[in-house]
Design a protein around this ligand. Sequence first.
Ligand code: DAK
Length: 257
Amino acid sequence: MQPLLIEKGIRPGVALLRLNRPESLNALNRALVAELTETLLQLEKDDEVKAIVITGNERAFAAGADIKEMANDSAIDMLLLDQFQRWDQIKRLKKVLIAAVSGYALGGGCELAMLCDIIIASETAQFGQPEIKIGVIPGAGGTQRLVRAIGKSRAMEYILTGRFFSAQQAAAWGLVSRVVPVELYLEEALKLAEEIASMPPIAVQLAKQSVLKAYELSLEEGLHFERRNFYLLFATEDQKEGMRAFMEKRTPQWKGR
Ligand code: DAK
């Protein structure tokens, strides 16, 4: 069975990637992470794709890294494998990633969802960083991104106990944009991806980069980064087109230039 299913053009400008190891609740083994990363890097170069939705199935987005695969690894095996570079490659993607999460998003699954730009959750979604229960800690950003998303005290509580939290909690705490009925989570994510894909691509890219900098820079530096990108957009044909179309009361035609 293919560990990753790819549907390009499922909506205009949108690609859908489905994690597909249902027998292990989409546990992220090395082959799946490699294929996911390679596919994302290819889609990054594909002009027809503007936004990417990553999903699993109703029961699981992903229940974490594959415990069975890594159980006997040594620290040196881990170091030499250097799986983290793949996660860094995903982090550096310029195109928009939306996670459509239903069921379990645990450990590396929760970290993958948090690596995406937007999370849409089904009402059945359950999030958590349960690594502590198997003798480790989050290794792909969980201790950092969860704190930034839901605050120190809550992140500490859930990382130190490994307990899961619900879609509704995740929404109340700002980890996910919204919670929708289970039969709609993918549809809503695809609709959102299509809407973003219809926006001027360079502005989308620079908006994404600017928002992400809010995680990493001081307010002063972040404002500076935003301002430079704002100025830069006045060098695009799409800025001229967008403002002209507004004044002429017509729909803009984006060129992505
Ligand atoms: N790995 C491997 N197999 C898994 C799995 C996982 N994470 N989660 C579930 N499975 C498998 C189960 O073993 C079972 O397989 P069989 O026994 O049928 O062969 C099948 O999926 C169905 O699971 P259950 O029978 O357990 O189903 P339940 O409904 O009873 O329970 C559950 C669902 C999600 C509560 C439970 O399966 C569970 O607790 N799963 C483990 C969750 C977990 O601890 N996740 C964190 C894993 S550690 C790294 C990057 C990231 C990471 C590490 C390194 N690098 C870049 C190096 C991340 C680490 C983690 O995610």
